[in-house]
Design a protein around this ligand. Structure first.
Ligand code: SAH
Ligand code: F3S
Length: 477
């Protein structure tokens, strides 16, 4: 274990824990008052944000960039230009946290060399480990969870005094709807439509570190999308922990999909990740009938054993999942479906695992993210169920489904040879500057010679060869 044993939540020095709804003076006011102009100059920071984990964190880093920029700070793309380094972290599996602890040790050397460097840990791991992070890494200046980013500018001023700053209050009313994230240029924009999660799957730390579910009003989101189109984005990816449970009090997820797709200039709409239990007819109807909504669905399965699903509290059976997939495929035959699978969850037997393997064989997902179960402190499974599948057995099971999925993904991609697919061009191919890469409507990476086309165009590509992860072809007119 990388964190020193810790028996008390108290730290050596009394640390303020600020709420993002705090009564403190809003930082923008603080910084725009004439008498404070010198303070602003003095404390204007160059901030480098390093992002770990899922797309939600990428989106949160864009939000943090927006908050910092609004307060007069600058984000930099070269770590050596930074006087503040913020790690936006993940807590989903133990190795995600181990990676950050190792990174912090490395950054500590940099801090010792440079003296004035401020190091912050933000995001899910900050919320999960709280002030214990300071036991493992006492040189950290700032620990801030996902609902406290509004306080970032204030925290940067506060740490100058030498005390670490903790911002760890979860806040169900915090949706950052009024803040404009700052994104890198590109053609795909990630748009957070919902924060938090109310599902409480027993294996999952997310509800504990991201708090209760809350949806951003539809009108705000459609206005955001209008701005994104003006900035040149062509594809909008809606983000939420259970994105399809979206409801703003007046509109459900299906209605939101239609509204986003109707914004002039939006070429493609995707979303991640839906929960199978919230896959309503309204959602399926929008996917079937709205041309901008892509023929792609990431639908986390987790396990093919109903007993395991029950212990995970996933709220559906293997049979219900199977029926949902066939219903969706009946309506949208060309759809590509991907998934998440966990092996070695508490008390998973060889028979349970076989059911997962067989369901994957039967459904034939286009692709899958596959994980060994990682026991997370604070989750329901951690409290109630034994993490009793030996590590070696977890690894063996993971290997088996990875091999199966590689074979299936390869076969599915091979079957595309000879077909012509629409591809939205994203940029130069990594291997060959004479080629572009882009995604099909079904989210398959495709590479092809450039010809007279440019990034942002949608072109028809005839596929002539394929690997398990890439389609290769030529533009046809
Ligand atoms: N609903 C969220 C899920 C976030 S976690 C979303 O996709 O937006 C992403 C995936 O990580 C989960 O679907 C699950 O397969 C996996 N996962 C979550 N907790 C885990 C754990 N404790 N051990 C291993 N894998 C886990
Ligand atoms: Fe985690 Fe389950 Fe929510 S996987 S994010 S608790 S839907």
């Amino acid at each position: 274990m990388y964190v020193k044993p810790h028996n008390t939540m108290k730290t050596k020095s009394p640390l303020p824990i600020y709420s993002s709804q705090s009564q403190l003076i809003p930082d923008d006011k603080l910084l725009t008052q004439p008498s404070d102009i010198n303070i602003k100059k003095q404390f204007q920071r160059n901030v480098y944000i390093e992002t770990y984990g899922c797309q939600m964190n990428v989106s949160d880093s864009e939000l943090m960039t927006g908050i910092l920029t609004q307060a007069g700070h600058r984000t930099v793309s070269d770590i050596d230009d930074a006087d503040v380094i913020l790690l936006n972290t993940c807590a989903i599996r133990e190795n995600a946290e181990t990676k950050v602890i190792n990174r912090l040790e490395h950054l500590n050397h940099k801090k010792r060399r440079e003296g004035n460097l401020i190091i912050g840990v933000c995001g899910c791991m900050a919320q999960h480990l709280r002030d214990k992070i300071l036991d493992a890494a006492p040189y950290v200046d700032l620990v801030m969870g996902p609902d406290a980013y509004r306080n970032l500018p204030m925290a940067l001023n506060a740490v100058v005094s030498g005390d670490p700053f903790l911002g760890l209050q979860l806040d169900k009313s915090e949706d950052y709807a009024d803040i404009a994230p700052i994104r890198k240029e590109g053609i795909r924009a990630w748009l957070t439509i919902q924060r938090g999660c109310d599902k409480m799957c027993t294996f999952c730390i997310v509800p504990f570190v991201r708090g209760r579910e809350r949806s951003i009003p539809l009108k705000i989101l459609t206005d955001d999308v209008k701005r994104l189109v003006e900035e040149g984005f062509k594809e909008i990816v809606l983000l939420g922990q259970t994105v399809n449970s979206y409801h703003d009090g007046n509109h459900d997820f299906g209605e939101l999909l239609w509204s986003i797709a109707e914004v002039d200039g939006v070429e493609r709409v995707r979303f991640t990740s839906p929960h199978p239990a919230d896959a309503t007819d309204s959602m399926i109807d929008a996917m079937e009938n709205c041309p901008e909504v892509c023929n792609q669905l990431h639908l986390p399965l987790q396990s093919g054993s109903t007993q395991v699903l029950q212990r995970m509290r996933r709220t559906y059976t293997a049979e219900q999942y199977r029926e949902l997939v066939s219903k969706i495929r009946d309506k949208i035959p060309q759809i590509a479906i991907s998934t998440d699978v966990i092996v070695g969850f508490c008390e998973e037997t060889e028979k349970d695992f076989k059911q997962t393997y067989e369901l994957m064989e039967e459904i034939r997902f286009d692709s899958a993210f596959m994980f060994k179960y990682s026991d997370r402190d604070g989750t329901l499974a951690n409290k109630m169920l034994p993490d009793d599948v030996p590590e070696k057995e977890k690894a063996k099971r993971l290997n088996e489904i990875i091999n199966l999925q590689e074979k299936i993904s390869g076969e599915i991609n091979q079957s595309k040879i000879g077909t012509t697919v629409p591809v939205l061009i994203e940029g130069d191919s990594r291997r060959n500057a004479d080629q572009y890469h882009g995604k099909t409507d079904t989210f398959k990476t495709t590479v092809f010679p450039k010809e007279e086309t440019q990034v942002g165009d949608i072109v028809n590509v005839k596929i002539h060869s394929a690997t398990a992860h890439t389609l290769i072809g030529d533009i046809v007119r």
